[in-house]
Design a protein around this ligand. Structure first.
Ligand code: NAP
Length: 246
């Protein structure tokens, strides 16, 4: 098992990529702290892990609220005594073309996708620094590298995640902590359920592997970056997009 005796905090763990990551990490021996705003969903994931013999707690917290994040991190430390791995995965979409995008749409996405990553990393980093070990992995997106029509807010947040990753790789590397990002392509989760089938088919056509990513494809990349095998990977942005942009 690749994560034995490790404690991982995963945000947005109630469904999609976060849920798949929680289940994979549990199989690899990690103890899980699972965060989401959806209480029923995140409790169900924790229960599934416990039923299979793993260790997991569910914490309801909104990552955009720094007080809630600080409270969550305190609870995880109280329960498990340490946090080795942080997976910044919670994210939302509020798409609109530039001229139609409202202040609320812009601010909501920045609050969760960018400030949320800052809040969680700032809260967890002191504990990792104290122990001289940590793995911080944040979820960017292929569109954070290349841009996308109708996603000013989302692209700004995901490009910002890459920027923060590079800052933290420099700041925290000397403390024994690696900081990396994963940039998924189009992944089959609820997040893209509102996208019309015609558009999905057009997206798939552009992917050399001719399929959407599955949540497990991204979870496997998180696992690599969280594992001992990635000890010398720091400040990287790992694209997991089926070769969408090569
Ligand atoms: P998802 O299925 O929508 O799951 C996201 C989870 O995060 C949901 O359970 C959601 O709760 C939770 N969440 C939302 N806001 C939160 C907050 N403020 N605090 C805590 N939890 C919150 O999304 P996904 O497709 O798995 O995406 C996971 C990550 O991958 C996101 O950062 C996303 O931007 C990124 N990504 C996804 C794709 C894709 O194609 N799916 C591509 C590139 C990058 P609710 O259910 O209550 O909203």
């Amino acid at each position: 098992m690749r994560l034995e005796n490790r404690v991982a905090l995963i945000t947005g763990a109630g469904r999609g990529i976060g849920r798949a990551t929680a289940l994979l990490f549990a199989n690899e021996g990690a103890k899980l702290a699972l965060c989401d705003v959806d209480e029923a969903a995140v409790k169900a994931v924790a229960d599934e892990i416990k039923a299979a013999g793993g260790q997991a707690i569910a914490v309801v917290a909104d990552v955009s609220d720094s007080a809630q994040v600080d409270g969550m991190v305190g609870k995880v430390i109280e329960t498990f005594g340490q946090i080795d791995i942080l997976i910044n995965n919670a994210g939302i979409l509020r798409d609109a073309r530039l001229v139609k995008m409202t202040d609320e749409e812009f601010d909501a996405v920045i609050a969760v996708n960018l400030k949320g990553v800052f809040n969680c990393t700032r809260a967890v980093a002191p504990h990792m620094i104290e122990r001289g070990y940590g793995r911080i992995i944040s979820t960017s997106s292929v569109v954070g590298i290349y841009g996308n029509f109708g996603q000013t807010n989302y692209v700004a947040s995901k490009a910002g995640v890459i920027g923060m990753t590079r800052v933290w790789a420099r700041e925290l590397g000397p403390k024994g902590i690696t900081v990396n990002a994963v940039a998924p392509g189009f992944v089959a989760t609820d997040m893209i359920r509102s996208v019309p089938e015609k558009v999905i088919n057009m997206m798939v056509e552009k992917v050399p592997l001719k399929r959407l990513g599955q949540p497990e494809d991204i979870a496997n990349a998180f696992l690599f970056l969280a594992s001992d095998e990635a000890a010398y990977v720091n400040g990287a942005v790992l694209s997991v997009d089926g070769g969408l942009v090569v």
